[in-house]
Design a protein around this ligand. Structure first.
Ligand code: URA
Length: 239
């Protein structure tokens, strides 16, 4: 990239002003003053303006994917299995999923290259709300639902959902649909707590993450977050 453009994209100054700075001898590339705005530079070059090191600002991207089941929530799989990034077509640059959904869990998954936001959204301190809809075997009675609400021990830790709603029951097929809200994010948490009360999950979908839903998206489709949505996420995690 041309030096003047590099400075402009780094937020130093507008392109024209950056050209002037370069011609005034205020810019160095790898320790030498560079007077030509058209000189080509890369991220590997050490560039300073008035003695201060400049780094290229990465454009921040935020996507909401309606993850289908059968895709891994990892950036790359050693066994070459399909990952959520395969669904994002040409937008794969340095994006990674915010937290994880199991291979066979579908629903709302955020992807971004904003490391600090991703870190905070998955940190237990911020108690970000995740709502799941689970198809479970059997029909839980009051006792099982109370057991869930009072907390179930998994892997030695008590897990207390924020809310549990029995949405539907099917006496004939002997299965039910449950909505469960969590503010923790442990591995396979929903499957584990429901297995622990003898109502194993046969279908799991995350219908909301931090208040974002995939309402207008079919499975496998994604969209960019709006500026307002990103701002809201920032405020949820005190950024
Ligand atoms: N809990 C699970 O069991 N699986 C998920 O994918 C997410 C939460």
């Amino acid at each position: 990239m041309r030096l003047a453009k590099y400075l402009a994209q780094s937020g130093v100054a507008a392109r024209r002003a950056a050209e002037v700075m370069i011609k005034e001898g205020r810019v160095t590339v790898n320790g030498l003053i560079e007077l030509r705005p058209q000189t080509l530079v890369t991220d590997e070059d050490v560039i300073t303006v008035d003695g201060e090191r400049i780094r290229q600002q990465e454009v921040k991207l935020y996507f909401l994917l309606n993850k289908p089941s059968g895709y891994l929530s990892t950036v790359r799989d050693t066994h070459n299995r399909a990952t959520v990034l395969d669904l994002l077509k040409d937008k794969q640059d340095r994006l990674y999923p915010v937290g994880r959904l199991d291979l066979n869990t579908s629903g709302v998954l955020l992807l971004t290259n904003d490391g600090e936001l991703a870190h905070r959204l998955t940190h237990p301190r911020y108690g970000i709300k995740k709502i799941y809809r689970a198809g479970i075997k059997g029909i839980p009675g009051k006792k099982a639902l109370d057991q869930l609400l009072n907390g179930v021990e998994i892997d030695g830790d008590r897990c207390i959902p924020d809310d549990v709603i029995l949405l539907k029951t099917d006496q004939e097929k002997m299965h039910s649909q449950l909505q469960i809200t969590l503010t923790e994010g442990r591995k396979r948490q929903v499957r584990k707590i429901l297995a622990a009360i003898n109502h194993p999950v046969y279908n799991l979908e995350r219908i909301s993450f931090a208040g974002l839903t995939a309402d207008s998206l079919s499975k496998g489709a994604y969209r960019s977050l709006s500026e307002i949505e990103v701002k809201r996420l920032y405020s949820l995690v005190n950024l």
